[in-house]
Ligand binder design. Structure first.
Ligand SMILES: O=C(O)CCC(=O)C(=O)O
Ligand SMILES: [Fe+2]
Length: 372
């Protein structure tokens, strides 16, 4: 027997869409109701996070949805609440890898971060420091990543061999990356921490640490390797540091940013409507213009601070390779559940800071006995 499906020719969804287009008030009410639902989920998730340290996945999704619904205003309100709950640390002095930052330097950096969303520091890490990090990174197995790799059922691990890459991205595991002395030195650097806490107006927490090699092993920009424009949304508010450990030219994968796109309201609704989606260069340049496009070439040791809530990507490589260390300082760990294990302490100041400023490292799990 044949089944016939009855089609009335009437779609409830399409009718609702017409209704909202015709009556702005209805549209506003629908948006309000959605926002209310997302706020309920987020606040419930915040309670769970406060009690357990973990964010329910649905609550992280609510953060993303509220970002797009409010064009970023929800993040700003939450960040203001965090700055009241967790006001900045009193740090000894802002001296470290960024040099000795006087109050007027800090004010200048802060002003540029607020208006443009990025800052490239005058001070670089030394060549020896970069060399030590390079050799440490070459001694560990990496996760071999890329769009092609993502289609395979099993995870591929291999050491990175310069000049013989099989994929665009070789990522050290988080726990291997935090086991490197040079990384630990940066994790207790007062200048990096001071710049971040000024930007957050709150006590910062180290999150999202990654150390990876990029290589020219693909023909088109790789989504998995973050070679297409996107914004990050793993936290409420954060400042991300991108640190080059190899010389980065226009061919070897400079990090790129669209100036000003971190600001509330900077991303148009039709782009936000697509959520976390990757965006093409054409679309981004059409919206913001070539003037806003920044491509950071720089010698090894270059340090960039960026509010990666704005549009950014790594340019696809055509030559050479790039070792990059990235981490952010966030005012809360609410969001993605990604913790780091500290297996050993290689730097005495790291241990001292961990005892003096526990919130800074509240996203790290120190193995037993390390801090006693
Ligand atoms: O590879 C890059 O420069 C971009 C990486 C990125 O998108 C990120 O770390 O959030
Ligand atoms: Fe990103």
């Amino acid at each position: 027997m044949m089944h016939s499906t009855v089609s009335s020719g009437f779609s409830l969804r399409a009718a609702a869409r017409r209704l909202r287009a015709r009556f702005p008030l209805v549209d506003r009410l629908v948006k309000r109701a959605r926002a209310l639902k997302e706020w309920t989920r987020l606040l419930f998730g915040a309670l769970v996070h406060w009690m357990t340290g973990r964010t329910p996945q649905r609550a992280h999704l609510a953060l993303v949805n509220l970002f797009t619904l409010s064009r970023g205003g929800a993040n700003d309100s939450l960040a203001r609440a965090l700055s009241v709950l967790h006001p900045p640390f009193q740090l000894p002095s802002a001296t470290g890898v960024l040099g000795t930052l006087a109050p007027h330097d800090l004010a200048r950096i802060q002003a540029q971060l607020e208006t443009d969303g990025y800052y490239v520091f005058e001070q670089c890490l030394s060549a020896e420091f970069c060399e030590r990090l390079i050799s440490a990174s070459l001694q560990r197995e990496c996760l071999v990543l890329g769009d092609e790799m993502a289609t395979r059922p099993e995870k591929i691990r291999a050491r990175y061999q310069r000049g013989a890459a099989r994929a665009p991205k070789y990522l050290l595991t988080e726990d291997d990356a935090t086991d490197i002395a040079e990384v630990q030195e940066l994790l207790c650097d007062p200048s990096l921490i001071q710049v971040a806490q000024n930007y957050l107006h709150a006590k910062p927490i180290f999150t999202g640490l990654s150390l990876w090699w990029s290589a020219p092993a693909n023909e088109k920009p790789d989504a998995e390797a973050a070679q297409q424009f996107h914004f990050d949304m793993e936290r409420i508010r954060w400042l991300r540091y991108f640190i080059y450990l190899t010389d980065v030219t226009a061919e070897s994968g400079p990090h790129c940013f669209i100036k000003g796109t971190h600001r509330t309201g900077a991303i148009p609704d039709e782009v936000l409507g697509e959520g976390y989606a990757r965006q093409s260069d054409e679309r981004i340049l059409e919206i913001y213009g070539q003037d806003a496009y920044r491509e950071f070439v720089g010698r090894r040791g270059t340090i960039i601070a960026e509010d990666s809530r704005g549009f950014h990507k790594g340019l696809m490589l055509t030559r050479g390779d790039r070792l990059l260390l990235a981490f952010e300082l966030s005012s809360s760990t609410f969001g993605a559940n990604k913790r780091h294990v500290i297996r050993n302490i290689h730097v005495p100041r790291f241990a001292a800071f961990a005892k003096a400023y526990p919130r800074l490292y509240s996203n790290f799990d120190f193995e037993k006995g390390l801090l006693s």
